[in-house]
Design a binder for this molecule. Sequence first.
Ligand code: DP6
Length: 324
Amino acid sequence: MRYQATAQAGSNIAFIKYWGNVDDALRLPLTHSLSMTLDTAITTTTVTFDPALTADIFVMNGEPILGEALERVSRHLDHLRGLAGVSWRAKVVSVNAFPTGSGIASSASGFAALTVAAAAALDLDLTRRELSAYARLGSGSAARSIFGGYAELVTGARHEDAYAVQVEPPEHWLLVDVVAIVSKHPKKVGSTGGHKLAHTSPLNSARLAHVQTAIARARTAIHTRDIEMLGHIMELDALTMHAVMMTSSPSLLYWEPGTLTVMHAVRQWREEGIPVYFTIDAGPNVHVITLPEYADDVAERVRALPAVQDLLICRTGPGARVVQ
Ligand code: DP6
């Protein structure tokens, strides 16, 4: 048995998002979701199972992490330890190649890398589908980062029925995500807390009905490399998700003034003929999606907006993999 392994995974940006779970403990999402895995927003994680350890240790970006974040990692390792019949504690060392609070979900890349590294260290022979289902137990969106390119997370009533599948590999269609950072403040309510509120919104049932067709349209747009079709459904979906967030009890209002500035700018640039569309996760920063040949121009325009403090440029990337 190997006791140590290192894995890398990119984060992802969902074009059709999920908000709310049917089962919060198992992270079984209410709806399917579809995303693009990102190349530069990467987490590298080394897991070492060691009989000399009396407790799990988690170090992120050089800082020892305690409390709820450590417990979440520990609980995640327990699933894989249970599967391997191993009780040894582990040291987990993670490095994010992107700033925390940048609007990129580190839980997606983090739990995908952790799952792949821990499974390799424990010598577990899991399929990508099984790895994806396990990654989901750590963070729902991590299930999609197991795959490169475009991935769809399908939901189900049981743990083994909720996993991601690849829609297209990265080389099928390169897209660019220019992340416009308008705030670096930590959000008051994270995804885990937010998912629990989805059902309190009167708009949630309307969104559930919409997601079914949205997923099918996004899939077709990706297969046919149709940026207009994808962009339209992506914006609509982000807006319906934020409508659910805003109308839940309590209400979650993730947008800042800068968020709206970027949204309006994107629509203005589109009127000027640039294929550019926005999507927004559970935070104020705006993901500006475009084609590679427009990326420099779009990045320059985003950077020039006074509301934008910083930006990150990501492209379609590969899935989670063992690197050592
Ligand atoms: C808005 O996967 O971050 O980004 O399971 O609590 O870690 P946890 O939630 P998470 O939720 C993702 C929410 C979203 C939409 C999406 O990525 O589909």
